[in-house]
Design a protein around this ligand. Structure first.
Ligand code: ADP
Ligand code: MG
Length: 228
């Protein structure tokens, strides 16, 4: 393997995604090409229904495209079998959602440790990593709080730390600021960018909020499944 291959983030080539058939056929993505380098933050902007979530589902190996290829960290996901895809989703990709999807009964710290627990045993290294990430997102002082004791912005910060726990090559965030006011939304996007740059994580941020785009390294626009 060459150095170039190991430094690959995300590559989508000629990706088309159709849902349904016949009268109900929807072309959600139409011949999309996109490359995101390690450490690069690409914002995907577009109106509701333009294909943003479909793009993330394909990039995150959750849906196999009708046509085209998706490569993550140099691995062709579209050619991989189901077991390899599952493994890649678990170890190679971090997801941040619209709502933070934290478990109500767990403290902020345990949200992160759960990731390690599900993968096997929780080690000292995992605890150190969780502490380092909570510090990076400014949540050390509130590490023992449960989600209902945190604000929406704080929950998203914990969600970002959790998504980074496995050192993913790729971070996918689908409207992570949707539940936040403008300032908190800007803070969360700034944090995503800072972490992506510091850790070399290829990051795709989906938003329909034009006010958040200036924090991205690059903005791509999508309309009716077409990128322009
Ligand atoms: P966005 O996230 O930009 O709002 P989506 O990717 O969710 O857009 O949707 C793109 C298009 O695909 C829309 O026309 C939507 O109705 C359609 N779509 C999304 N998911 C499905 C699905 N599971 N089955 C059928 N059509 C879908
Ligand atoms: Mg969407």
């Amino acid at each position: 393997m060459t150095a170039t291959a190991t430094r690959t983030g995300l590559t989508l080539s000629g990706v088309t995604l159709r849902y349904g058939a016949g009268d109900t056929l929807v072309t959600a993505l139409d011949d999309v090409d996109l490359t995101v380098e390690p450490g690069e933050v690409v914002a995907v902007a577009g109106p509701s229904g333009s294909g943003k979530s479909s793009l993330l589902a394909v990039a995150g190996a959750l849906i196999t495209p009708t046509e085209g290829t998706v490569a993550i960290g140099g691995t062709d996901v579209t050619a991989a079998g189901p077991a390899r895809r599952t493994e890649l989703r678990r170890t190679g990709i971090g997801y941040v959602f619209q709502a933070s999807n934290l478990l109500p009964s767990l403290t902020a710290r345990d949200q992160l440790l759960l990731v390690a627990h599900l993968a096997g045993r929780v080690t000292r290294e995992h605890r150190d990593r969780a502490a380092e990430l909570l510090d990076a997102v400014g949540m050390t002082a509130k590490a023992d709080r449960r989600p209902h004791e945190l604000s929406g912005g704080e929950r998203q910060r914990v969600g970002i730390a959790r998504a980074l726990m496995n050192r993913p090559a790729l971070l996918l965030a689908d409207e992570p600021t949707a539940a936040l006011d403008q300032q908190r939304g800007r803070d969360v996007v700034a944090l995503l960018a800072e972490q992506a740059h510091a850790r070399g994580t290829a990051t795709v941020l989906v938003t329909h909020d034009e006010g958040l785009l200036d924090r991205a390294d690059r903005v791509v626009r999508i309309r009716d499944g077409r990128m322009g």
